[in-house]
Design a protein around this ligand. Structure first.
Ligand SMILES: [Zn+2]
Length: 125
């Protein structure tokens, strides 16, 4: 699934976002509708995986971004709420369960592990 045209995305500064155990400190919500996605201290920060995700911005329709910062979630039931956009090969792409915004990350069918992209979410105070 390599695409030579994939755009690298700007790195998210994680200093304030993570607990000492590298977990998400705050409640993760949808950037568009504010719906709850992942409770605090549930996702483990990883930056050693890489996934190419289609841009969520309408003006960049078709643009593919190379995303490398994710919260790794071992069990789907740890999410507050999450939906799927589509399945491709061994991967289901995650979306907001309420407004369908996505892809927010991906779910590996073989390992049942989900990866939520830091660039595609926000936090509630
Ligand atoms: Zn939403």
């Amino acid at each position: 699934m390599s695409d030579a045209h994939a755009q690298p995305v700007e790195k998210v500064e994680t200093g304030e976002l993570l607990t000492e155990d590298q977990l998400n400190r705050q409640q993760v919500i949808c950037v568009r509708c504010g719906s709850k996605i992942l409770p605090p201290s549930t996702g483990v920060y990883v930056d050693d995986v890489e996934c190419e995700l289609v841009s969520m911005r309408k003006e960049d329709a078709g643009l593919v971004e190379k995303v490398t910062q994710f919260y790794k979630v071992d069990d789907m039931f740890q999410f507050d709420n999450v939906g799927f956009t589509h399945t491709k090969d061994n991967i289901k792409y995650l979306s907001c369960a309420d407004c369908d915004l996505g892809p927010l990350g991906y779910h590996e069918l073989s390992t049942k592990i989900s990866y939520l992209a830091l660039q595609r979410i926000k936090y509630s105070a």
